[in-house]
Ligand binder design. Structure first.
Ligand SMILES: Cc1cc2nc3c(=O)[nH]c(=O)nc-3n(C[C@H](O)[C@H](O)[C@H](O)COP(=O)(O)OP(=O)(O)OC[C@H]3O[C@@H](n4cnc5c(N)ncnc54)[C@H](O)[C@@H]3O)c2cc1C
Length: 349
């Protein structure tokens, strides 16, 4: 059995940021990632202003050119909400946090390249194709069982702290809190080759709150020659049907012409209050429920991840209980999550 001080599960932004805090503190840390890297991740792939600030704060850098797609930048002025009468108004994706307004220029990236880059610059050791199957937590260690991507080989680890940064369907979280269905939103995206964007504003992110179009909300933006159609709804809504209605709506109203279909991708986002774990098992990022709706999750992941890493580094030095430290230092993140949720008018339709 391999022994490590800390094991981080998941190589998304929360896992990489957490691993960065631990390596910064000189802690022995290993990141385990289920998929082969770089792995695909369902995401619109926009780095909003707060994300850009957090990259500079924790990683001392900006995202490199190699992770961008076209159009590189999306101005917040081009993020618009269309009204039924054909007019549009600016749409606010990112609200100020603690009185701080963020950059209104959003970076358009591919998550596979961005996440791999972030993991590399975290400086942490990692293993991919290493899927955490389950774990057993004792008072002074955690035993972790890991299988290969195809579930073939089993490997055992023992660590002092286990950090679950394994996203919205977190296995680590489920080990602590067996699935209790709470409120959640479903999101489905479809990618189509662009033949013509018709009269949609160029380089824009267009948002619609028209019940006849999508069940709750719909939005569309460009990514490297693809038009990404995205619809969201509360649990149980028929998202596939919404995509078809949305597609027809774009053709009828804006003369959008779509070419070959590339892919569909979907995800559930839990809307529960964040929880940061128990004992030697710490949760962070979306595994903890840290996401700023509407869909602004990379910043919440990076910020909560770094703080979870710092909390565990301090706990290893005997400065307190890891989960308690993590919760205490994440109070502003939780408050901002609640503020964002309160402003999501699509959830109250
Ligand atoms: C359709 C959609 C669009 C979005 N668009 C945006 C956007 O434009 N901008 C934005 O800021 N946010 C966006 N978000 C939110 C954002 O993608 C997430 O909030 C963010 O990725 C969460 O980061 P994370 O590190 O917590 O988890 P993730 O990024 O999900 O990373 C978790 C990692 O853990 C790995 N993993 C899972 N289970 C295991 C296991 N058992 N063992 C080992 N590894 C495991 C996964 O493979 C993954 O690599 C969007 C979300 C959706 C669904």
């Amino acid at each position: 059995m391999e022994q490590r001080d800390v094991i981080v599960v998941g190589a998304g932004p929360a896992g990489s940021s957490c691993a960065k805090a631990l390596t910064d503190a000189g802690v022995d840390v290993l990141v385990l990632e289920r998929d082969a890297l770089p792995r695909y991740k369902t995401c619109s792939g926009l780095l909003f202003g707060q994300t850009q600030e957090l990259l500079r704060r924790y990683f001392n850098t900006d995202a490199p050119d190699s992770v961008y797609c076209e159009p590189h930048l999306l101005s917040a002025d081009n993020v618009v909400e269309w009204k039924p009468d054909g007019s549009y108004v600016p749409y606010l994706w990112e609200i100020a946090k603690d009185g701080v307004e963020f950059s209104r220029s959003y970076q358009n990236i591919w998550r596979n390249h961005f996440d791999k880059w972030l993991l590399d610059i975290s400086g942490a050791e990692y293993r991919d194709r290493a899927r955490v199957i389950d774990y057993t937590a004792a008072s002074d260690y955690v035993d972790v069982r890991v299988g290969g991507a195809g579930g073939e080989s089993i490997r055992d680890y023992r660590c002092k702290y286990l950090i679950g940064a394994d996203g919205s369907a977190s296995v680590v979280r489920r080990g602590l809190y067996p699935r209790v269905p709470g409120a959640s939103a479903g999101i489905l995206q479809s990618y189509f080759k662009i033949e013509s964007v018709g009269s949609l504003r160029p380089d824009s992110f267009s948002v619609f709150f028209l019940p006849e179009v999508g069940e709750v909300f719909s939005c569309v933006h460009e990514k490297d020659g693809y038009l990404v159609l995205c619809v969201g709804g509360l649990r149980g809504r028929k998202l596939r049907q919404s995509i078809q209605t949305f597609r027809q709506f774009l053709a009828d109203r804006f003369q959008v012409k779509l070419g070959e279909w590339w892919r569909d991708e979907g995800c559930q986002i839990a809307l529960d209050r964040p929880v940061f774990g128990e004992g030697r098992v710490v949760l962070t990022g979306e595994a903890a429920g840290c996401i700023y709706l509407n869909g602004e999750g990379i910043s919440a992941a990076i910020d909560s991840g770094y703080r979870a890493g710092q909390a565990v580094a301090d706990a290893l030095e005997g400065k307190g209980d890891a989960v308690g430290l993590c919760a205490e230092r994440s109070g502003d993140i939780v408050a901002h999550i609640e503020k964002c949720l309160g402003q999501m008018h699509f959830l109250t339709i």
